[in-house]
Write a protein that binds this ligand. Structure first.
Ligand code: TRP
Length: 476
């Protein structure tokens, strides 16, 4: 861990040095990242969040275990990385929010609609994501208050979550805190707001996750969980698994709705887009895979829960964590630290989500940052309320499964659609040679060039079209 930190530190200082040597000629009014390392941190901060820790294990549990993990890794490498690099390229080339970016490359065309889809998609995504971040906040103060002291059984943990998620006022208050904090950070601007958060706390989260994973695999009976998680059963492979794996890759990597376009728009020409995308994909997947190593061994080794009764609920991670934390010496302090860091990870993601619509209103509509942050933040809060109340809080939203549908539409379908559009846009409209020229700034040797070109032009579009058709015929 300290080695990784050292490398990052050195990178940060060497980039600082270079930027002073080169003068500050590209610092403009929009603001810029301090260095490539800071950008990678911020982009990884956006990517690493509840998607890795809460949603990934949930998806694994719902979609056949290890087979999902297998398809997921393929999806990250072949499609996720491809789309992320496409977004980085468009973002840095245009230095604009998604709407402005599509418009700058193909003026006054319908492609701009994809930008609007991103702006709108981010706000809707934030609404239900904020609810889960609110749960993390709730668990933070519950741990602080000593709710999870002592040995926790599966039944107790399950009851605590179910009870908590069904309390309307508490859930809405938690959502309000999350959206409020996010709005506050965003209204203060890119550099002051985001950089400060990510640098130190993410590596700490990484450390604590490793410790929990080690504890989980050393539980007696962890083996069943590990084989469920890591031994793929290829008879379970089907289109649903592929659909959710690709969707999860988009969700976890923060791609498909313009977040990475917006983040890369604050990047300078000397930075290497390919390695940045590579690092973000690597760290993001690492954390997700480790989260699974915490959840499944703990789950299968917990008395009262036999694998044949195993059926993950939305709160899977929240139900499992208190159990494993209670098995760590010093669990009380450990738990507080864990939920605090989870909260920070969630906040760096909510910040990146709010940044997209705010950048749009600031760039394209000349709103002040404060006004944009406040109004969009308020909209997200209101839209989040029904999601928050759909876990027993209010009958009708629970019956409609409101949050599950928001997640399906904005956490899967819209992301995949956005990924399809940006691939086609870069591959055929803007033209690959222009994209490659942009990539060549800051990176003279792009060894995976032909693979990336193939993936942008053919593989990503074909796979996404197939799964979208599949899902539309399913729901139709
Ligand atoms: N990737 C984040 C996570 O895994 C969530 C997120 C933030 C996101 N910004 C995004 C997802 C943009 C899709 C698009 O928790």
């Amino acid at each position: 861990m300290s080695f990784v930190l050292k490398v990052w530190e050195t990178q940060i200082s060497s980039y600082r040095l270079r930027s002073t040597e080169m003068g500050n000629q590209d610092l403009d009014q929009r603001g810029r990242w301090g260095s490539k390392a800071v950008f990678v941190f911020a982009a990884a901060g956006s990517a690493i969040g509840l998607g890795n820790i809460w949603r990934f294990p949930l998806m694994v549990g719902l979609n056949g275990g290890a087979i999902f993990v297998f398809v997921y890794i393929l999806a990250v490498v072949m499609i996720g990385f491809t789309v992320m690099l496409a977004e980085f390229t468009v973002g840095r080339h245009t230095a604009k929010n998604p709407v402005g970016a599509y418009d700058a490359i193909k003026p006054r065309s319908l492609w701009k609609l994809a930008g609007y889809l991103g702006v709108f998609g981010c706000a809707c995504f934030l609404s239900f994501y904020g609810v889960v971040a609110g749960w993390a906040f709730g668990y933070f103060y519950k741990t602080l208050g000593g709710t999870f002291k002592g040995e926790i059984t599966w039944l107790a943990s399950d009851a605590i979550f179910t009870h908590f998620a069904a309390r309307p006022l508490e859930i809405i208050l938690c959502l309000f805190v999350i959206i409020g904090l996010t709005t506050f950070v965003i209204s203060r601007g890119v550099k002051a707001g985001i950089e400060r958060w990510t640098k130190f706390l993410m590596p700490m989260l990484f450390g604590i996750i490793i410790l929990l994973a080690i504890r989980a695999v050393s539980l007696p009976g962890a083996g069943t969980g590990l084989s469920f998680y890591l031994k793929p059963d290829f008879t379970k492979l089907n289109t649903t698994v592929v659909f959710f794996a690709v969707g999860q890759a988009f969700f976890s990597l923060s791609i498909g709705i313009g977040t990475m376009i917006t983040y890369a728009s604050y990047l300078s020409k000397r930075d290497n887009l390919v390695s940045s995308a590579g690092w973000v994909c690597f760290f993001d997947s690492l954390i997700a895979l480790l989260a699974g190593i915490i959840v499944f061994p703990t789950l299968f080794a917990t008395p009262g829960l036999t694998p044949d009764k195993f059926e993950p609920s939305t709160g899977l991670m929240f139900q499992v964590l208190p159990i494993i934390i209670s098995k760590i010496p010093g669990g009380y302090v450990f738990g507080i630290l864990f939920f605090f860091l989870l909260l920070v990870a969630a906040l760096t993601s909510t910040i990146s989500l709010l940044e997209v619509p705010v950048a749009y209103f600031v760039d394209e509509r000349n709103w002040s940052r404060k006004k944009a942050a406040l109004l969009v933040g308020f909209f997200c809060f209101l839209l989040g309320v029904p999601s928050g109340l759909s876990h027993g809080g209010v009958g009708i939203f629970t019956k409609w499964n409101f949050m599950k549908h928001m997640d399906l539409v904005f956490g899967n379908i819209v992301l995949a659609l956005g990924g399809l559009i940006i691939s086609l846009f870069v591959g055929y409209v803007w033209k690959i040679k222009n994209a490659l020229k942009e990539i060549s700034f800051g990176n003279t040797i792009f060894s995976l060039k032909s693979l990336w070109v193939f993936n942008v032009k053919f593989l990503a579009p074909v796979v996404i079209i197939v799964i979208l058709i599949f899902i539309l015929t399913l729901s139709g």
